[in-house]
Structure formats: structure tokens, C-alpha cells
Design a protein around this ligand. Sequence first.
Ligand SMILES: Nc1ncnc2c1ncn2[C@@H]1O[C@H](COP(=O)(O)OP(=O)(O)OP(=O)(O)O)[C@@H](O)[C@H]1O
Length: 285
Amino acid sequence: MNPIASGRLERLREFARPDRVFDFMAPAQSPVDVRHGPILYLEDVSVSFDGFQAIHRLNLTIDDGELRCIIGPNGAGKTTMMDIITGKTRPDSGQVWFGSRHNLLTLDEPQIANLGIGRKFQKPTVFEALDVTENLELAMAGDRRIWKTLLARLDHEGQARIDEVLETTGLTAQRHRPAGVLSHGQKQWLEIGMLLMQRPRLLLVDEPVAGMTEPEMHRTADLLTRLAGQQSVVVVEHDMGFVRSIARRVTVLHQGSVLAEGSMDEVAGDPRVIEVYLGGDEETA
Ligand SMILES: Nc1ncnc2c1ncn2[C@@H]1O[C@H](COP(=O)(O)OP(=O)(O)OP(=O)(O)O)[C@@H](O)[C@H]1O
């Protein structure tokens, strides 16, 4: 083996130790049944932490292929809601369904990820020492025993998927660069690309444009709007300019419940939303 290939193999082995667990690694299946309703359905969900009710009788419905923005003041329950959907937090009461077949409250985090719910946290968690393509290889769907996945020769389909995701995320020119030298925006797109490798049905994206430059924000808006349709996308974001640029339907959370829902113009003009969140200047909310 030539020295470059051997070095690459070593680095992959290092990241592919069987004892390491990656929450993004679960392969997606798509048995979710949306023929008779939404892809995500939360009904009357409540959860308290030490007597403090973080989520209070929350109802939320996301349609298949929809792009939904969730906004709301600090402490409104946005993160807790994502935690409930992904199985990190168990609600005290209520129902959470993925399509009409999967009761998410009966499943643990890996099982929920397996069904095709991908979550992108605010801070990028790419593997900086690996190049862009290697990061995507790591996230490749199909085999949960990642070290085996990594060491196996990429089949034609896998290679085509990597090319497709590089194209989608605008990272084709960066494919051989170490992730550590990418800009903040490029790292965020790479992490979204890593989720896409699993062909998720639902993407939960937490504050995607925090810390981004204006041009990076535009590209992120373009990326997320393109992803919707092929998968459902739920975006939690505080930057109202960004939300306005991508939003079709916006849900406003307040004190763990839905305060308002509708188009950006509808919620931005709602006096209750203005009072608790947007204030006089929505751009600085
Ligand atoms: N594990 C926990 N234990 C105790 N309280 C918690 C826990 N998780 C969340 N909370 C509380 O629940 C409330 C909702 O928090 P959450 O993080 O979901 O809000 P958020 O809308 O995501 O806020 P932000 O916009 O600041 O991220 C907050 O008051 C928070 O302090």
C-alpha cells in the first residue's frame, strides 16, 4: 500500500475504534408511514424538571417534506422539545409519533435515529483531522459497526452518494481538505452532509446560522430550503432575518406551549408574539 493510502487507513482506524459510539452513525431505514397523516405528531406533551414545567401540553404537527421554523424566547422549551423527539428526554405525558406507525415514546435514542430522525446540534462536531470525504464516509448509512464500514472499500453506490452530498452541501471543491481547516460555515454544511449520508426522513437543526457570516447564512438558507421536500426539516433559530428568508410556516413556543403558528407575517404581526418575543424589532429578538 502506498504511504498516502496507508496513512489514511491508519487515521480511519483511529477514528473507527469499535468502542467509540457516534450518535450520528445509526443507519436510516424508511419504514415511516405518512400515507394517512403527518411525519411528526406531538399531542398534549408535558415534561417537568424538579417541579418546573418546561413543556406544557405541547401540540405540534409536521407534514412530510415540510420546512418548519421554531422560534421563541430563551427557555421557551425549544431544546427540550427536540430532546423529546429524539428520545433524549422522556415526557411525563402525551404522545409523540413518527408517521402513523412509530410511537417514539417506546423507543430509545439509537432506535429513533435508526428510523431516520437526524439531529444537528448548534456546534459543529466534525472530525477535524479527517478530510471532508472521510467525514462523510464515517457517517455512511448501512452498517452500524462503523469500523467495518470504514475499512470496507466504498462501493459504487456509496461513492455516488458522497458525490451527491458534496454537491448538495457545496463542498465538492473541499472534498480532500481536512475538516479542521474549513470555515465555520463549511463545517456546519459538512455536518449537515454527514446527517444526509443516512438519508434521514426528518432533520432537526438547532441554530444553524449562529456565528455565520452573511454570505454563509445565505448559502445555509439555500441549502435548507433545497433539502425540504426530500426530507422534512425543523429549524430552531433565533435570527429572525434568517427565519424570514426560509420560513413557510413558523411555530412560536412560549412557556413550553405553542403560542402562535402561521406564516412569518402572521406570527410577526401577532400582538402576543410581539409582547413575549419579537418586541419592537424582530431582527434583534
Ligand atoms: N434537564 C433539565 N433540568 C432542569 N431544567 C431544565 C432541564 N432542561 C431544560 N430545563 C429548563 O427548561 C426550560 C426550557 O429550556 P429549553 O432549553 O428547552 O429552552 P429553549 O427554548 O431551548 O431556550 P434557548 O433559546 O435559550 O436555547 C428552561 O427554563 C430550562 O432551564
